[in-house]
Design a protein around this ligand. Structure first.
Ligand SMILES: Cc1cc2nc3c(=O)[nH]c(=O)nc-3n(C[C@H](O)[C@H](O)[C@H](O)COP(=O)(O)O)c2cc1C
Length: 211
């Protein structure tokens, strides 16, 4: 799909949009998301989350009615970010090694500050993402602490995350958003499907650098 090319003075300002860090879960899997926004208030506020079309979680959300957002604190076990943000539930069972509880039929993360359970009421498609809109039907605070912002993750991700390449493969990690591309070579014209930066901002991890 073509589009008009807009020349902007400095697009970096969008990085100043404050976002948090969440594990989005639904029956069958889930992934790390930062693209979450509360869009109404009241007893059962509406919350929107943008999920990439290429993510398995997107497929799951298309067929499931309920999903959860677990809010991550700055002290969260980094393995949770690695498991949910750098692997696909197409390949592994993400819940096997992470402590979870089943609430309203959805797994929530025990090591989170709390969770929100949402009933999917609408979705909006764009070229790369689906915006899923959910109505809050259950929520709880599990512990006190500072929520991890996306900015905090960006600043600390080298310490937080040690990428574990799948056997025989090299991982290329986007230094801006953490997106991982597996393959020996990163195509020259590769553009991060999550945040849109070019291949020069990807860092190569070999298996020997893992864990
Ligand atoms: C810090 C961080 C933020 C992310 N934010 C989003 C997001 O807002 N939406 C999204 O679809 N994917 C996001 N991702 C990417 C997914 O978590 C990742 O692609 C995951 O491996 C998808 O797994 P799945 O194929 O099992 O759905 C983010 C990843 C990281 C590390």
């Amino acid at each position: 799909m073509g589009g008009v090319l807009y020349f902007m003075k400095n697009k970096k300002i969008i990085r100043k949009i404050t976002q948090g860090m969440y594990v989005l879960t639904t029956q069958g899997g889930g992934c790390i998301v930062d693209a979450v926004s509360q869009i109404s208030s009241g007893d059962n506020p509406l919350i929107a989350v943008a999920v990439m079309k290429k993510n398995y979680t997107n497929e799951l959300l298309k067929k499931n009615k309920t999903f959860a957002l677990s809010v991550l604190g700055i002290d969260v076990d980094p393995k949770i970010i690695e498991m949910f943000g750098m692997n696909s539930a197409r390949d592994i069972d993400k819940f096997e090694k992470i402590s979870v509880s089943s609430i309203e039929g959805v797994n929530t993360i025990d090591d989170a500050l709390g969770y929100m359970i949402l009933e999917k009421i609408d979705s909006i498609e764009n070229e790369t993402h689906t915006l899923f809109i959910g109505k809050l039907i259950e929520a709880d605070v599990l512990k006190e602490g500072d929520a991890m912002s996306y900015g905090y993750y960006q600043e600390h991700k080298d310490d937080l995350i040690k990428v574990k390449a799948k056997s025989g493969k090299t991982a290329w990690v986007c230094t801006i958003c953490g997106y991982v591309y597996y393959g020996d070579e990163l195509p020259k014209d590769f553009v991060c499907p999550k945040c849109g930066v070019d291949s020069s901002l990807f860092k190569k991890f070999k298996e020997s650098e893992s864990e």
